[in-house]
Ligand binder design. Structure first.
Ligand SMILES: Cc1cc2nc3c(=O)[nH]c(=O)nc-3n(C[C@H](O)[C@H](O)[C@H](O)COP(=O)(O)OP(=O)(O)OC[C@H]3O[C@@H](n4cnc5c(N)ncnc54)[C@H](O)[C@@H]3O)c2cc1C
Length: 374
């Protein structure tokens, strides 16, 4: 339930300008939602988000089979009306410089992120309160061993005291920084919603070409009558909008991409190494991109956010002191850490000139199998 700030007492035990809860979750993305759902079994949960809800996060809206599996395990069914035309798109990789194309059987459900997030937020109805337009600033330990969190709620300073603080605040996580951890390097991402000048293949079409400088990877996804064109540029890319205009020109020579009717720029984390993955410290747990949980090779992040958020929620629900809860969350995310470590080892190979050449001569069945693990 998204509550107004005047009904501030999630537990009812505190003065009017202070609120006390068992768990405070910063961020209402998929990681925060799953963490809140789990932690609700242990006591009152409050979620805060710096955006007004429903938020509008830039995203390809590709729902990986692992995300679908987590929803099935939760007993949550994505409403059919979230699905766009085509409902399922299969991953296809193109190296335009080497004139190679790989079709795969890796299918993603095709949604727009905003209504998908709105549906996900509805899952916490009755389980957690949500304050939107409310930004986490910092926190301190109280003499009785709790955490006092300072928030900026619609321009007003507010304090929330909690036993557990969950940082689910994405790639530029402030909660992470409050633990003394360095911020991530970030890719610059730009997405254009384009009209079509003709048919666009019904695939999740990923491409790479030297013709677009600083490009890590790009993609075109049909979304009803439009085509979403996204490009991920390496950290430090300057004048990304000019790069994007150039990229659209390059694309128009190959695909039926028409005029852009909406553009959005965002950021996505880039791991420096496996030490970037941190599941938390003391009474603070990190989940989703804030903890470094995202595929470094494909940039797919929703299933990693769901998985790590679920782990934190379960760790809190099982109770115990900070060391026990942290150890449980570390164990609950150990498989994600291993998967990221493996991907970080293959990423430089994938990106090198000889790696791309090797890819070009690799049998298709092997590409199929590798695709399922990136
Ligand atoms: C361009 C782009 C395309 C992508 N496409 C896909 C895709 O197709 N499929 C896929 O699986 N993944 C995709 N990803 C990755 C995916 O979007 C993220 O990995 C995923 O959303 C991470 O979830 P999260 O819950 O960790 O964080 P987020 O979804 O980023 O949520 C973090 C929330 O925290 C809030 N917040 C931040 N700071 C504060 C603060 N100080 N106080 C309060 N609230 C705060 C933000 O407002 C936000 O709502 C894409 C990413 C980008 C950038």
């Amino acid at each position: 339930m998204t509550t107004t700030l005047s009904s501030s007492s999630a537990s009812g035990a505190s003065p009017a300008d202070e609120t006390s809860v068992h768990t405070l979750v910063v961020g209402t993305g998929p990681a925060g939602i799953l963490a809140a759902l789990g932690a609700a079994a242990a006591g009152p949960v409050l979620m805060v988000d710096r955006f007004t809800l429903p938020r509008d996060k830039s995203c390809g809206g590709m729902i990986h089979p692992l995300s679908q599996q987590i929803f099935a395990e939760m007993g949550a069914t994505m409403p059919d009306d979230l699905l766009l035309d085509p409902q399922t798109v299969y991953f296809r990789y193109n190296d335009w410089d080497k004139h190679t194309t790989y079709d795969t059987k890796l299918g993603f459900l095709n949604v727009d992120r905003k209504p998908f997030d709105e549906w996900m937020t509805s899952l916490v109805d009755g389980k957690a309160d949500i304050w939107d337009a409310c930004e986490y600033r910092d926190h301190e330990q109280t003499p009785d061993g709790r955490l006092r969190v300072r928030l900026n709620a619609r321009g007003q300073e507010r304090f929330v005291t909690c036993d557990w603080l969950i940082g689910a605040d994405g790639s530029r996580s402030r909660v992470r920084r409050a633990l003394g951890l360095a911020p991530f390097d970030c890719y610059v991402t730009v997405q254009d919603y384009c009209l079509r000048s003709g048919p666009v293949d019904a695939v999740f079409d990923c491409f790479w070409t030297k013709e677009v400088p600083d490009l890590a990877i790009g993609y075109v996804i049909p979304k009803n009558e439009r085509a979403l064109v996204g490009l991920i540029y390496y950290p430090g890319t300057k004048r990304a909008h000019e790069q994007q205009d150039h990229a659209l020109e390059v694309l128009r020579q190959r695909l039926n991409i028409g005029e852009s009717i909406k553009r959005e720029a965002w950021s996505a984390l880039k791991h420096r190494n496996v030490r970037d993955i941190v599941s938390g410290r003391g009474q603070v747990l990190l989940v989703g991109e804030a903890g470094g949980f995202l595929s470094p090779t494909s940039g797919e992040g929703i299933s990693w956010a769901l998985d790590s958020g679920r782990s934190a929620g379960r760790a809190i629900a099982a109770g115990g002191v900070a060391e026990e809860v942290q150890a449980r969350h570390r164990r609950g995310t150990a498989h994600l850490r291993r998967m990221i470590a493996w991907r970080l080892r293959i990423y430089p190979v994938m990106n090198s000139r000889w790696g791309k050449t090797l890819f070009g001569i690799t049998p298709k069945f092997l590409i199929e199998s590798i695709t399922n693990h990136i």
